[in-house]
Each structure stands twice: as structure tokens, then as C-alpha cells.
Design a protein around this ligand. Structure first.
Ligand code: AMP
Ligand code: ZN
Length: 471
């Protein structure tokens, strides 16, 4: 398997630090609103990378954080007159519902920045002791120039960066030793959430959060660190500086970055009025269509969102779903007994599409070509499976197609409807989660049930549920 590494600007053979295991960190969203479809791109493409590595037999420890303390969250809280925590909790729940609808698997761990402050204080202290950081007036800065390889990820040299000095100096940050220094800890402003620290009552800088959460849940060295390309500089560059200065080891081996999603060939922005949340899209389309759309391009190519492209994604996905549905029907009618020699030969022959799929995915997760291989397989199956084939042959063909869909997170065969007792079981699990204050899990179950058309209602007599289509 080869992956493109932003650090070396080359495709490299993927060799994990520990055989058979992958430690992967993906920077997650800042939770101050519903996530937008741009945020959905890294979620979908790196979930797909994870699924493919799992298919190849790797045990993937996948960590993705929620940034739950930030200026934007505080601003929103002030606007609504509620706490920042209330805002972040609400939008983490909403984000998890969107993830479930996009069939993005929950991470092994979803750490929250606000729950990891102690680790951040510790790492900042370590950096100060090693001479990589200093405190002035309650703010702690990273001493950028002391980290000799600063700029290696974004391929910027310090001279380029120095060009920005004047701008930085006028912005009133001259308490820094050097304009290139960045914040590790900042004092609170009136009304902001804060934590005690040796330097001031305040909160961490954004970059230190990821260095700390990555070290805690994955160790000092990890295999893959990923996120959108806007994070290369300064966020990931600064993460490298902090982690490597502190731990004295290479931080991440492979740095993967997805390109941006634009809308009608323009940058998505609220002021241009071309901004969509995932939730808005879910009102018009099954989010499987959004997932198919995201995977129809390579993750490093810019992707343009438009109604026309969503329509063609809907049609593309429909073709695969129809093939799977037909195979299911033919399988139910299939002849008993073992595969015939001719069926065996055909089954063997169609293996070529699995190979094509794997070759595409082995080449830096080329999902566009992997989908093309699935279409070729579907075409082959449409002409090589018919009434009169054995049940065994048809079912094997179907399983092969559905399994490839699964790697991409595309559901080609909808699961059978949940039975009443399964619904009851999930509701009981949700109640238990709520009791244990695991609201994330509780919301996730609600989302999962919603996906199946099951609506929950909290009443005085307890939780009632109904199937949406019956109302
Ligand atoms: P943020 O909440 O802004 O920190 O973003 C969360 C993730 O979404 C990061 O990995 C960003 O790089 C990514 N992201 C934000 N906007 C877009 C976009 N328009 N296209 C692709 N990825 C994006
Ligand atoms: Zn990060």
C-alpha cells in the first residue's frame, strides 16, 4: 500500500511502526454549529482509509478529537446566553448523528479538549523546562526558532515566514521574543471559560490540544496524522514542533491531507450564501449519496459540489444498489446444490475486479478508481448471473459486491428492518448510557434508531417509540 506523504511530497510504501497495527489521528471539528459538507470530507475519506486498512488486516487505533473550547464556541454561547459547554455538547451530539447517517464509524476514541487540560499543562511545562517555551504576562509561547526543522511539513523556510513579521508586529503581539512564536496557553478574557495554570487562569492554544491527545491515546510516535489541507500550516507544523521538541522523537510517519470541497466552483462561505450543513443536505438526499459523491474523486483532488453532481452520484449509487437487489432476489430463487464448474470459472474470472479495486485503494486510496472497478463488477454480474444459477454462486457474487461497498462505507443492501425487541434493547441501552452520563453514546443510539425510521419520545411514563412511516 502506498500513501502520499505531505512531509516528503512523495507516494511512499506504507510501513507501520508496529506490524499489523496502525495508529492514526485525524483532527476533528470545532463544535460550535452543525458541521458543514466541507467538514464531512475528511470524515468520510479518512473513515474509508481506516476501513480499507482494516480490510487488509490491520488493527487500526483511530483517534479523532472534538475541539470543544474555542473563540467561536464562546461567541455562540454568549449570543445564546448559555455556557460554552452547552454549545459544544449540543453540537457534538448533532455531529455524531450526521456521522451515523454518513456511515462514518465512531473513532476508537473521540477525546474532548476540555477533558484533557491536565495533559496540556504537563506538556507545556515540559516544553518550558526543555527551553522550547516561555511565559510572558500569563501567556506561554513556543520558541519556534529553537526547533531546527520548523517548516518541514509545509515546506516553508524561516525566511519566507519572516516576511510576515511586520504584519505580526503591528498586531500588538510584540511581547513575544520572536514574531514566529505561537501560543501554547493564553489568559482568559472576561466571561470566558478558564482553567487554573501556573501561568494564568486561561485556556490552551488549539495546536497543543492535538499534540497532547495524540500522545495520550496513541503514544509518542504515530503512523498517520490526517486532516484537511488548510491544517498543514500552521496547525500541523506547530503540532510537529511541540511533539518532537517535547518527546525527542519523530511524531507522525505519514501526513495525509484532503483537498477542499468547493461549491459551484467557489469557496464555500456563509457570506457568499453557498454554505450547506450536512443536515441540510440530508433533507434532500440520503447521506449515502453524499458519501458516494465524496468518494467519486480522489481525496487529494479539489472537489466541486453541485446539484448536477449529486444527481449523478445518486444514479451511480442506485446502479450498484439495484445490482445488489437483483442478486438478492436471484439468490432467494437460486437452485440448491454446489456451484457448477462454469459458475466456478466465472466466479474466478470476476476476481479481477476485486484485484482492480485493491490496486486502486493500494494506490493512495484512489476511491474513484475503486468505484469504477465496482461498476465493472456490477456490469459483469448483470450479464453473468441469472435465474437458474445456483444459490451458492449467486450469494457468493452478492457477498463480494456488498463487501467492496462496505469498505467504502456504501451500504448496497439495507439491513433487515429492526425487530421490535431489538428496538427495545437499544432504547434500554440508551437509558443506561444516559444514566451513566454517556450522552454521546445515548445520542448515537438515538441517531441509529432515527436512521431506521424510529422516533423516540421522552414522556413522563418513560420512553415511547414509533416507526416514522406509520405516523
Ligand atoms: P474545522 O472545524 O474548521 O477545524 O474543520 C474540521 C476539518 O474539516 C478540518 O480537517 C478541515 O481541514 C476540514 N475542512 C474544513 N472546510 C473544508 C472544506 N471546504 N473542504 C474540505 N475539508 C474542509
Ligand atoms: Zn489537530
Amino acid at each position: 500500500m502506498r500513501v502520499y506523504n505531505t512531509l516528503t511530497k512523495k507516494k511512499e510504501e506504507f510501513v507501520p511502526l508496529e506490524e499489523g497495527k496502525v495508529r492514526m489521528y485525524v483532527c476533528g471539528p470545532t463544535v460550535y454549529n452543525f458541521i458543514h459538507i466541507g467538514n464531512a470530507r475528511p470524515m468520510i475519506v479518512f473513515d474509508t482509509a481506516r476501513r480499507y486498512m482494516e480490510y487488509k488486516g490491520y488493527e487500526v487505533n483511530y483517534v479523532s478529537n472534538f475541539t470543544d473550547v474555542d473563540d467561536k464556541i464562546i461567541k455562540k454561547a454568549m449570543e445564546e446566553g448559555v455556557t460554552a459547554q452547552e454549545i459544544s455538547k449540543r453540537y457534538i451530539g448533532e455531529c455524531q448523528k450526521d456521522m451515523a447517517m454518513m456511515n462514518v464509524k465512531p473513532a476508537t476514541t473521540h477525546p474532548l479538549a476540555t477533558q484533557e487540560i491536565a495533559g496540556m499543562l504537563e506538556m507545556i511545562q515540559e516544553l518550558i523546562e526543555k527551553g522550547y517555551a516561555y511565559a510572558v504576562n500569563g501567556t506561554v509561547y513556543f520558541r519556534t526558532r529553537k526547533f531546527a526543522t520548523y517548516g518541514k511539513l509545509s515546506h516553508k523556510n524561516l525566511d519566507d515566514l519572516r516576511g510576515g513579521e511586520r504584519v505580526l508586529l503591528v498586531s500588538g503581539e510584540d511581547e513575544k521574543e520572536d514574531p514566529l512564536d505561537f501560543v501554547l496557553w493564553k489568559p482568559k478574557k472576561e466571561g470566558e471559560p478558564f482553567w487554573e495554570s501556573p501561568w494564568s487562569q486561561g485556556r490552551p492554544g488549539w495546536h497543543i490540544e492535538c499534540s497532547v491527545m495524540s500522545r495520550k491515546y496513541l503514544g509518542e510516535q504515530i503512523d498517520i496524522h490526517a486532516g484537511g489541507e488548510d491544517l498543514v500550516f500552521p496547525h500541523h507544523e506547530n503540532e510537529i514542533a511541540q511533539s518532537e521538541a517535547c518527546n525527542g522523537k519523530e511524531f507522525a510517519r505519514y501526513w495525509l491531507h484532503n483537498a477542499f470541497l468547493n461549491i459551484d466552483n467557489r469557496k464555500m462561505s456563509k457570506s457568499l450564501g453557498n454554505f450547506f450543513t450536512v443536515r441540510e443536505i440530508s433533507e434532500k438526499y440520503d447521506l449515502q449519496v453524499l458519501r458516494f459523491f465524496m468518494l467519486s474523486a480522489h481525496y487529494r483532488s479539489p472537489l466541486n459540489f453541485s446539484a448536477a453532481l449529486m444527481e449523478s452520484s445518486r444514479n451511480g449509487l442506485e446502479r450498484l444498489v439495484t445490482t445488489a437487489g437483483n442478486l438478492k432476489y436471484l439468490g432467494e430463487q437460486g437452485a440448491p446444490g454446489a456451484m457448477t464448474p462454469q459458475e466456478q470459472e466465472q466466479f474466478e474470472e470476476a476476481q479481477v475486479y476485486v484485484k482492480k479495486f485493491e490496486e486502486a485503494m493500494d494506490d493512495d486510496f484512489n476511491t474513484a478508481d475503486a468505484i469504477a472497478a465496482m461498476f465493472e463488477m456490477a456490469k459483469y454480474l448483470n450479464t453473468h448471473v441469472s435465474a437458474g444459477n445456483t444459490k451458492e454462486y449467486v450469494e457468493k457474487c452478492l457477498k463480494r459486491l456488498v463487501d467492496l461497498g462496505d469498505i467504502l462505507g456504501l451500504i448496497l443492501l439495507k439491513e433487515e428492518e429492526l425487530l421490535d425487541e431489538e428496538v427495545e434493547k437499544l432504547i434500554a441501552e440508551r437509558q443506561a448510557a444516559r444514566k451513566a452520563k454517556d450522552f454521546a453514546r445515548a445520542d448515537q443510539i438515538r441517531g441509529q434508531l432515527l436512521e431506521q425510521g424510529i422516533v423516540l419520545e421522552d414522556t413522563r411514563e418513560g420512553v415511547k417509540w414509533k416507526r416514522a412511516q406509520q405516523s
